[in-house]
Design a protein around this ligand. Sequence first.
Ligand code: BDR
Ligand code: CA
Length: 302
Amino acid sequence: MKQPIIIDTDPGIDDAAAISIALNHPSFDLRMITTVNGNVGIEKTTANALKLKRFFSSDVPVHRGSSQPLISDIVDASAVHGESGMGGYDFPEINYNDLSSTHAVEAMRKELQTSDEPITLIPIGPLTNIALLLSTYPEVKDYIKEIVLMGGSASRGNVTPLAEFNIYCDPEAAQIVFNSGLPITMVGLDVARSSTLSHTAVNKLQTLNQTGDMLYQIFKHYKGDGLEKGINVYDAYTILYLLNSGKFNVQEADVQIETTGALTKGATVTDFNTHYPNCTVVMSVEPIEFEKMFFDVLKYCK
Ligand code: BDR
Ligand code: CA
């Protein structure tokens, strides 16, 4: 049976890889894509989600979400993902008729409450929409199977020495989500760093299929960390983990978010010694396994 999922995203070069797989893999029933301010502003992340919808001629609804964090000022990652957030490929023209008129939070509430089975949420951007959903409509928790999110780090950060970008962008939202009582899996920087996609593998994408070529072109515009080794396709690990959890090394932990520290804002303080874990932290995967999984799932794409 297909797994019902919702992707909440700020595309984003690595978001594009995650969305491509989620839209095409036969194991998933992607109910909607919701967009959030993050790598670039909400107009651009929404436009990028619409570009991917057009590229795949998909019927999956796209809903625009929050344009700013709950409290923090907006920070973006256009230095990493480029001005548009997903440049480098000549996508088909978007049509705003493809954008649903319902706000992301409202759309998620409705989908969850009318679903015949609990849905897995996959946030791969700042957690603003998800925090608003859980705090505005706590009753929807009964319809959420689990949250498998990209964000955080059990070691070092990428936007500051201790903070990962998605959590740094909206730490208050992250604190709400991690303490929601829902089953949370943190797919953070650790696992991606354990298995960076080599440049040789990236080059092979070009001839895989149309999607491989599209990803190859946008990966070439990525300015993220670890570039000397290859490309960290952070967001795609959430989807690969859902498909192959047995291949990943995980550890239970209590994860709390630093919201006030002058130097540590957005840090995911990860306590592996706790008796009260709130989260499964995905730590690592063999690089060779990761590469195989990544290429295998892309074969379902056009
Ligand atoms: C995360 O931040 C964004 O730049 C990426 O899309 C990913 O979700 C990595 O820190
Ligand atoms: Ca992202």
